[in-house]
Design a protein around this ligand. Structure first.
Ligand code: CTP
Ligand code: CA
Length: 225
């Protein structure tokens, strides 16, 4: 009933969202990942769709239902996520990076299961840095021209404001959304801090869907203004 009265603030806009963790293989049966639930990103995809946008959701491995009317691309690794985002970003108006992308992956994944050899020796893993998807998209020509509005997320355990401001500058994005994590991981509610050029604005604790709707409305206003 309420939906009927909602203004379609993103009608005609294309929104690209990343969500969930990535999974970086060690061998065919193991890998490294993190505890991101994907809930915030899925809520944002849903809210953007409700606001009338054409939404593509690039999701790492999570067991969440696809929001109605949203195009979902499932990926596993950070490199898969980048490969899915690059073409989609070419026609998007908004990019919202909520994914908890693994910062590193094993330097080489074994194509066979690594076996214990009975000697008690442990595998010596080395890591390489994954591509920074948000940074790459934010540096693209379309984003630099102002045709693609990029939004980053940051979960910090301490000094949220300082870290979020530094991250916003480092990523080169107009808007960085901070939350205190991993407290928010898997929870149904959250509390957000919107950091932009002008300063800091808090969205008080609420459900992730409620916050997603507020954030989407805020992004729509920024695009209209
Ligand atoms: N991000 C990304 N690709 C990566 C790492 C991060 O797209 N390889 C995005 C996240 O989706 C998020 C933002 O960048 O929107 C910040 O992620 P975060 O992990 O907080 O920042 P990092 O730059 O990885 O720094 P650190 O983890 O050391 O705090
Ligand atoms: Ca990181």
């Amino acid at each position: 009933v309420i939906a009927f009265f909602q203004p379609k603030s993103l009608r005609g806009r294309r929104v690209l969202v990343t969500a969930g963790p990535t999974f970086e293989a060690i061998d065919p049966v193991r890998g490294i990942t993190n505890h991101s639930s994907g809930k915030m990103g899925f809520a944002i995809a849903r809210a953007a769709r409700e606001a009338g946008a054409d939404v593509t959701l690039v999701a790492g491995p999570v067991h969440l239902p696809t929001p109605r009317g949203v195009r979902r691309l499932n990926v596993v690794s950070a490199r898969d996520m980048l490969a899915a985002c690059e073409p989609a970003a070419q026609s998007a108006d908004v990019f919202i990076a909520t994914a908890a992308v693994a910062d590193w992956r094993p330097a080489s994944a074994s194509d066979q299961k690594i076996k214990k050899d009975g000697s008690g020796q442990t595998p010596q893993l080395s890591f390489v840095e994954n591509p920074d998807i948000l940074h790459a998209v934010a540096q693209s020509e379309r984003a630099q021209r102002g045709d693609l509005f990029c939004v980053g997320f940051a979960a910090e355990s301490h000094d949220l404001v300082a870290h979020a401001q530094a991250k916003r500058a480092r990523k080169g994005v107009p808007l960085l959304v901070g939350n205190i994590g991993p407290a928010a991981f898997g929870q149904d509610d959250n509390q957000l801090l919107l950091v932009d050029e002008a300063g800091v604005h808090e969205l008080p604790r609420a459900s992730k869907l409620n916050l997603a709707r507020q954030l989407v409305a805020d992004i729509a206003r920024r695009m209209a203004g």
